[in-house]
Design a protein around this ligand. Structure first.
Ligand code: HEM
Length: 440
């Protein structure tokens, strides 16, 4: 199917069910099967009316390329993401557009250089080691919970780098979790007791915390992300204001946390279901050391991470708003419409990923390189100017954790186990992924 952005050519009208909510619920239960059905029935763009908003779900890799690469600036992020998470993650990088986005991205890039990665890695290694050591004493371990707690603790060390007592740590963690949860609140107003209201209160706690610690951070510096943002300078000499740093820090914590937790849970799930892959990964880890150069050279782990991301995209769908009438997949999309691209769904497209439900890290190896079948074949980290800035950071953290995990424990799930994925917001296993964890 060719894609055109010229609205003057004859365009098809987008179809879709009259009431969208039941379909949204079916999509959450069976995202691949139900989207396949909808696509076969209505075509390459589907219109859904949900929560008072009309969404245009755009199928296929060409649409993903057109919307994410966004050559003619027909789509914007700000109004789209703000609709879901705006009040809690105000002015985060992903919510900015055009010149403002470019300005902040250039400065933030300085906190994501290779040298910075090495320093974050050095900060995280001792905490990973002590964190994983404690897993041996956990009764009824649930991998998703263990990863979530570990990433939160690591975020306080590698991102925030402020000495906190237990009570203060818990307060910040709780505020942060409430801010993330608020984005999926059904009531989207400051009504007392709702996740939305709790999220707004939590945002205030986080703002106060970062503003309070900012002067010392600017003065003393450090190897954490907070300190790096204080000194980050673009090639043109631009720096962040205090308010920018606070906004970006709150957003970064959110952008990094659930995504990394879900990625590792998916890896642990697949390696538990397919122990032969777990063993291969263990052999690679045992032959490596825990140094930065050694873990980043573990190429099988890299492929396992990618394949686990393909099978469970932590950010399942990427929303945008059309700034003018535009054509996607030959369908007319009106000005101001919400469009979405779904890496979660596209990664099961059999045209690019043969036998798509099968876990097979070799898809990413030469000569197969199924990820090269289309520019957007693999877009779990997005694409275009908003492509994830933390992609390498995530890779380093995940590999540092899996190096320790694979060389310390073996884990398994009962034969035939399949995780119950909840897809209401970001995907997560409803049972938190219970495993048997055995010390090596
Ligand atoms: C495996 C883990 C991760 C996944 C799957 C992931 C996925 C994504 C995706 C899909 C986007 C694009 C959103 C869009 O286009 O609308 C994105 C953007 C972003 N991510 Fe990540 N992310 C991960 C980890 C991280 C980490 C660890 C950080 C920070 C340390 C981070 C920071 C960001 C930021 C700042 C943006 C916005 C970039 C921009 O708009 O220029 N992410 N991420």
């Amino acid at each position: 199917m060719t894609t055109t952005s010229d609205p003057t050519t004859a365009l098809k009208t987008v179809g879709g069910p009259r009431v969208g909510l039941p379909h949204l619920l079916k999509m959450r239960r069976d995202p691949i099967g139900h989207n396949d059905l909808m696509r076969a029935k209505y075509g390459e763009v589907l219109k859904l009316n949900v929560f008072g908003t009309t969404l245009y779900a755009c199928y296929g890799m060409d649409a993903a390329e057109q919307i994410l690469i966004n050559r003619d600036r027909a789509f914007v992020n700000g109004p789209a993401w703000s609709h879901f998470i705006g009040p809690f993650f105000h002015r985060g990088l992903m919510l900015l557009d055009n010149e403002e986005h470019l300005h902040d991205r250039r400065i933030m890039q300085a906190a994501f250089t290779n040298d910075a990665m090495r320093r974050y890695h050095a900060v995280m290694v001792p905490h990973i080691r002590s964190g994983l050591e404690a897993w041996a004493d956990v009764e009824n371990p649930r991998m998703y919970e263990l990863f979530k707690d570990l990433t939160l603790d690591l975020a306080l060390e590698t991102f925030v780098g402020v000495e906190l007592d237990r009570a203060e740590k818990d307060r910040i963690n709780k505020a942060f979790i409430a801010a993330v949860r608020a984005g999926t609140s059904i009531v989207r107003a400051n009504v007392p007791g709702t996740p939305w209201a709790k999220g707004l209160a939590a945002r205030k706690v986080l703002e106060d915390f970062f503003f309070k610690n900012l002067p010392a951070k600017r003065r003393d510096g450090g190897d954490d992300l907070f300190a790096q943002l204080c000194t980050a300078t673009s090639e043109d000499g631009e720096v962040f204001s205090d308010a920018d740093i606070v906004n970006q820090m709150i957003f970064l914590l959110m952008a990094a946390h659930d995504t990394t937790t879900i990625t590792m849970s998916s890896m642990a799930y697949h390696l538990a279901r397919f122990p032969e892959w777990q063993e291969k990964a263990r052999q690679e880890a045992l032959a490596a050391t825990d140094s930065y150069d050694s873990i980043t050279a573990c190429e099988l782990q890299d492929r396992i991470m990618k394949e686990s991301l393909r099978l469970c995209s932590p950010v399942p769908s990427l929303p945008r708003v059309a700034t003018r009438e535009v054509a996607v997949n030959g369908y007319r999309i009106p000005e101001g419409a919400f469009v979405t691209v779904s890496p979660f769904y596209s990664h099961f497209d059999p045209e690019y990923w043969p036998n798509p439900t099968h876990f097979d890290p070799d898809r990413f190896a030469e000569p197969r390189r199924e990820d090269h079948g289309h520019r957007m074949a693999f877009h779990g980290f997005g694409g275009g100017v908003h492509k994830c800035i933390g992609m390498f950071f995530a890779g380093v953290q995940v590999r540092a954790i899996f190096h320790e995990l694979l060389t310390t424990y073996r884990w398994s799930v009962p034969a035939g186990y399949e995780w119950p994925l909840d897809l209401v917001a970001l995907p997560f296993p409803r049972d938190r992924l219970p495993v048997t964890l055995e010390k090596l």
